[in-house]
Design a protein around this ligand. Structure first.
Ligand code: SAM
Ligand code: SF4
Ligand code: SF4
Length: 343
């Protein structure tokens, strides 16, 4: 059985750990990595699979029972199925998922399933190849679609497709993507464009709000019914008149910080307790210096029990909102980037 989770200052439990296994990526999505050059984490600092596994054990002893493998692009990490197998073997882990851009998915999907991965989320912002090339700055759309098509035949269920919905960019595809999700089959989740670190091209004008998304989908489909959120995921779920479900992650206009149980471990072992946090806790150094299980436990406990982050709520209160972190600051600290801390 999972441990009783420790709770933070707002009584939010420590439950959900997102593990970034690399800061590298084979795409350059304009909402995440729009710049021409990036500063990468030194390779010697990257946690080994054994180190990731050891830290996961400590987190699990404090309440974590959901783990998501992410990045950067997680499938760029060599031998990723070996890590998945190590994590999948942990008793008490209720949910083991991965978020990927899908480019390398078709080649890895069978090994990932065999290793024990529970669920896959694939990011897909458009069904149009030319638009995908503009948005991701790479010509990989066919491989992504092939990756998505490979998931169900490999035996995965509960698949999700994550779409960052942006005004004037892909907001004319909400219906097409919803229809596409049905065929996969996968539940589509529309994510509001966030002004997180790395999103240097962000502007409020580009945000398509949850309210607008619902209004556009209602115009097409008719009345939409809100569903009760049963799995604690950040997406609010809805049902179309024909029973198709979809989600909206309204991090920008209606943040869900009040129930946020997630934290993020970077590929080099920095632990961030909010997507907007500017400071994290270095777990790699104590681990490599021989800290005991109990010492790591007490370090994590001290940080979580004093957590009072509500980054997205605080951003909402901001007037004249511009990108969260200036470019010069990002360049001096790659840990502030979304692709480093794992979305
Ligand atoms: N590379 C993988 C992928 O794209 O699925 C995993 C890492 S990526 C950082 C995780 C998620 O963050 C993706 O679904 C991506 O769309 C989302 N994301 C990145 N930048 C974002 C932004 N500025 N606003 C909203 N979502 C964003
Ligand atoms: Fe795009 Fe994911 Fe890569 Fe960011 S990390 S550029 S969202 S594929
Ligand atoms: Fe959680 Fe921070 Fe996101 Fe709010 S902004 S939901 S506290 S990670």
């Amino acid at each position: 059985m999972p441990a009783n989770p420790i709770v933070d200052r707002y009584r939010r439990p420590l439950r959900n750990l997102r593990i970034s296994v690399t800061d590298r990526c084979n795409l350059r999505c304009r909402y995440c990595m729009p710049e021409a050059e990036y500063v990468w984490l030194p390779r010697r600092d990257l946690l080994t699979f054994e180190e990731i596994s050891a830290l996961t054990d400590v987190f699990m002893s404090l309440g974590v029972d959901k783990v998501r493998v992410t990045g950067g692009e997680p499938l760029l990490r060599r031998d990723l199925p070996d890590l998945v197998a190590m994590l999948a073997g942990k008793p008490g882990l209720r949910d083991l998922a991965m978020t990927t851009n899908g480019v390398l998915l078709a080649d890895n999907v069978v090994a990932l399933k065999a290793a024990g991965l529970g669920r896959v989320t694939v990011s897909l912002d458009t069904l149009r190849a030319a638009r995908s090339k503009t948005l991701s700055q790479r010509n990989t759309h066919a491989s992504v679609l092939e990756g998505i098509a490979s998931v169900a035949p490999a035996g995965f269920t509960g698949t999700k497709i994550d779409t960052v919905a942006m005004r004037g960019v892909n907001d004319d595809e909400l219906v097409d993507l919803t229809e596409f999700g049905r065929t996969v089959p996968a539940e589509v989740r529309f994510i509001e464009y966030m002004d997180v670190g790395g999103a240097t091209a962000w502007s409020p004008d580009l945000v398509l709000s949850r309210a607008e998304m619902l209004s556009r989908l209602t115009d097409h489909y008719g009345p939409i019914t809100p569903l009760r959120n049963t799995d604690g995921a950040p997406a609010d779920r809805f049902e179309l008149p024909d029973g198709t479900t979809f989600g909206i992650v309204s991090s920008t206009t209606q943040p869900f910080c009040a129930t946020c149980d997630r934290s993020r471990l970077t590929a080099d072992g920095m632990w961030f307790r909010c997507l907007y946090a500017v400071e994290g806790t270095n777990l790699r150094d104590p681990l490599r210096d021989g800290a005991s299980f109990e010492e790591l436990r007490s370090l994590i406990t001290g940080k979580w029990t004093t957590r009072d982050d509500r980054g997205a709520v605080e951003r909402l209160a901001e007037r004249d909102r511009t990108p969260f972190i200036p470019l010069a600051t990002l360049k001096s600290n790659p840990h502030l980037e979304m692709h480093t801390r794992g979305g």
